[in-house]
Design a protein around this ligand. Sequence first.
Ligand SMILES: [Zn+2]
Length: 520
Amino acid sequence: MKYEPVIGLEIHTELKTKTKMFCASKNDPDERHPNVNICPICTGQPGTLPVINKEAVNHVIKVGLALESKIAEITKWDRKNYFYPDLPKGYQISQYDEPICLGGKLKIPNSDREIRITRVHLEEDTGRLIHFGHIGHSLVDFNRAGVPLMELVTEPDFHSGEEASAFAQELQLILRYLGVSDANMEKGQLRVEANISIRPPISKLPACAKALAGRQAPSSILGTKVEVKNLNSFKAVRDAVDYEIKRQSELLDEGKKIAQETRGWNETKGQTISQRGKEQSHDYRYFPEPDLPPLRIDFGIVEEIKAAMPELPSQKRTRFKNNYGLQDDQTNILVNNEKLANYFENVVSEFMNWDKEGLDKDSLLAPELDASPHFIEKEKQLIINLSANYLLSDFLGLLNESSAEVSDIKITAEDFAEWVCLIHRNVITSRAAKDVLKEMWATGKDPSQVIREKDLVRVEDLGEIEKAAEKIIKESQAAVLDYKKGKEASLQFLVGQVMKETRGKANPETVSDILKKLLK
Ligand SMILES: [Zn+2]
């Protein structure tokens, strides 16, 4: 590669707390009425004093622990001064040089790439302007003003748009697992900005510059930094970063200079567009917040939070691969959908605990377990794989079709486990199983009941299958002739017809064998 991209991310997250960052106003992202959740503090009235929200601080400590950051013993608040109509105080309370979390790392899933975290700090969100261009004025809603906002800054460790997007997705998952934010990008709860520059590959730099090519390198070595904002989807993150790398490379190729500026992403055009240059950039005149003393973070509280940490996505991935022998793609779908993952684990724990005493007497599985009660123990891995396969194909298909949540569905983990075992034990064919599952989905009935009602137990009587095959041969003379002329596809057609005749109860291989015998 002619140039080496240097990419870092800054990610803002609205935290999920009962109240705002420095006052008792409600933090409700779903409030539709403007200026309802406001008070003298978050609207910046003179004489009011901020009070730190402990829940928000604890959330950031949680994130820091998940990213293996160093949690500060003392953290401090600073004023970031600028004027904008959605900022009632004329400044934001933020953290400048003593953030809550320093350092840390996040591994990009299914790769060996690890991104270093620079810092994670806490600040407050601004209000929101609503523009009515057609009537020539704008309105302001302060419901969001003062909502706790976490900012995470990475080292410039990314090589591509794909990596930046994968990082943001993994962070979103971690925030959701930790329960600190819904991190919904469409709702603006997770906002990504990318800093992008390009430079000649390190191998081509002079020795003295190589030593500096890490974090403290001057801009002459790092290249000119361009900041891209308005990245409100993972696709936008990926596409905007890749677009910038290409745009900057082309400028350098033409011998032109790259301007230090802020650009926005235009989704429709698939381009970044200049928003403001260096000369228009803000001087925030940071200074320590006089109304808030530095905050000492109690070591005991950090230990308490550490002890209550949930399993993280990366830990779940490793456990699912090791304990259940799942493939990467299966693991990923489950880890990305925590409720589905829990459902899967409930299904698996059914197998683990099953014995024939624990089973419903009416279950069609009971005679099977009577015949060979240790079969399940021996075949555990096979059944787990079968469960994962059916869960991620047929079950997930039905889930997506009905756009339901896992918590809404009528099939219990026990019934799903039984259904999988009935397939595994050949009580029903996989063809008939699909109909059984649909009926279970619609009615919540257990599989044995559905199979009895619909008379779907697998046909083992060869005579019965032969009778059905003879009937189909008589009715499908054209296909029979084609088959006799050597057209193999016609046999598949005939198999399908016999399957239909037996309502999916026959084993397709058996049907095929019988048809071949009859048509000799
Ligand atoms: Zn307030």
